[in-house]
Design a protein around this ligand. Structure first.
Ligand SMILES: [Mg+2]
Length: 170
């Protein structure tokens, strides 16, 4: 179990989109499974369809891991279900990350130790926190944005804002 101060710290900060998560990284970390966040990790919010680049990335990744799941906080089962179907992956929507229960369901279904499963996502306070709480290998990626989407403020800055709002002056 990671200490409290490390719960918001990704094991890997990719600094690029998920398309740059390479088989080399998977092998170096000994990962055998991946849980993927959906919105802005795989597909921009405004898009319903997966890109050819993503499909190609996934095809390669399938050769290096035994199991892949989508776990999304989005309550829209139609959106997440259709993305999952086009990628031919099992999914959980309305997952409630950073709560662990539904994420744990996906990891349990893989029948792999959590440390050998990567939790890949674009958000510290949901994806990384949930994955770290389960003892997974957490991988923070840059968001997948559509042209014209406003750039995301830095993770560190949004985290600091959240902390000061939550614990700071009232
Ligand atoms: Mg996301």
């Amino acid at each position: 179990m990671k200490s409290w101060s490390n719960l918001l710290k990704p094991d890997i900060t990719l600094g690029e989109s998920i398309l740059h998560l390479s088989p080399q990284i998977i092998q170096d970390r000994g990962l055998r499974g991946l849980v993927l966040d959906v919105d802005e990790t795989l597909v921009p919010f405004r898009y319903a369809d997966v890109s050819d680049e993503l499909t190609g990335w996934l095809r390669e990744m399938r050769e290096h891991v035994e199991a892949l799941w989508l776990v999304s906080n989005n309550i829209n089962a139609t959106r997440i279900g259709s993305i999952a179907e086009s990628l031919d992956l099992p999914y959980i929507h309305f997952a409630g990350k950073p709560f662990r229960r539904k994420l744990a369901r996906a990891v349990n279904a893989m029948q792999l130790p959590p440390a050998q499963v990567g939790m890949v996502g674009d958000r510290l306070l949901t994806d990384v926190l949930a994955g770290n709480r389960l003892g997974m290998c957490t991988i923070l990626v840059e968001p997948m944005l559509a042209p014209g989407d406003p750039p995301r403020v830095s993770h560190v800055r949004s985290l600091e804002t959240w902390i000061s709002k939550t614990f700071g002056h009232r």
